[in-house]
Write a protein that binds this ligand. Structure first.
Ligand code: AP5
Length: 213
């Protein structure tokens, strides 16, 4: 059966980068709340009577989009798939408890990087608006000049928004990671390594957990 994988860790740990590899290797779907919210940035949520009227306003400020919006996105996405890699959810204890009600998870991958590494990776990240592929000004630029020229920076990858996002991670998401510390599929991965070395550790961990189940 296709595995159900959670990938967790601070901003810039490489969750999006490694999720792509998991999709290719295990044939699962990539469910990313960040991606889903970016596609619905301007959606009118004023009827919910919250602090802001669109998901995009929370994202640009580096804040979490309210649970009521995000939980519904994840529940709908999970209904349509078998195996998956869930990236960017849960991000707080309430979301972790909501997920417990929605499905069972086989593997919990926690990518660990320092705050310094997160800041460096995110402020240097550039995205290809046509393919959604991530690059980095220092570590990973595309060979094709046409692609290089069209790269853009995400609005929440400015220094200020990154610092806020990392504060939110420490306060809200670190406890959500702890929620899984006794889960039999829980594995920590050294995210400071090269993308290939991180992938080798992830692949071995998923194989081990899936075979052992
Ligand atoms: P989201 O899109 O989920 O962003 P994030 O969690 O902040 O994660 P990032 O995409 O920044 O990091 P990543 O770990 O995926 O890093 P990547 O692989 O790209 O969320 C955005 C916003 O949406 C949130 O702030 C919030 O407002 C909202 N939101 C989302 N989910 C929510 C939820 N559940 N509840 C409420 N709100 C929610 O790598 C980063 C860079 O590093 C790239 O340039 C890459 O090329 C490079 N890189 C990757 N790995 C390596 C490596 N090993 N060595 C060197 N460089 C590397």
């Amino acid at each position: 059966m296709a595995p159900k994988i959670l990938i967790m860790g601070p901003q810039g740990a490489g969750k999006g980068t490694q999720s792509q590899r998991i999709v290719e290797a295990y044939g699962v779907k990539h469910i990313t709340t960040g991606g889903a919210l970016r596609a619905n940035k301007q959606r009118d949520i004023s009827d919910l009577d919250l602090e802001y009227d669109t998901p995009g306003a929370y994202m640009e400020a580096g804040e979490l989009v309210p649970d009521v919006v995000v939980d519904a996105i994840v529940e709908a996405a999970l209904d349509e798939v078998d195996g998956f890699v869930l990236d960017g959810y849960p991000r707080n204890i309430d979301q972790a408890e909501a997920l417990d009600e929605m499905t069972d998870i086989d593997v919990v991958l926690v990518l660990e990087v320092s705050r310094e590494t997160s800041v460096k990776r995110l402020t240097g990240r550039r995205v290809d608006p046509e393919t959604g592929e991530n690059y980095h000004t220092e570590f990973d630029m595309p060979d094709d000049e046409a692609v290089r020229e069209r790269l853009v920076q995400r609005e929440d990858d400015t220094q200020e928004a990154v610092e806020t996002r990392l504060d939110v991670f420490e306060e809200e998401t670190a406890p959500a990671i702890d929620h899984y510390s006794d889960h039999e599929g829980y594995t920590t991965i050294d995210g400071e390594q090269s993308p290939d070395a991180v992938w080798a550790d992830i692949d071995a961990a998923v194989e081990r957990k899936v075979e052992g189940s």
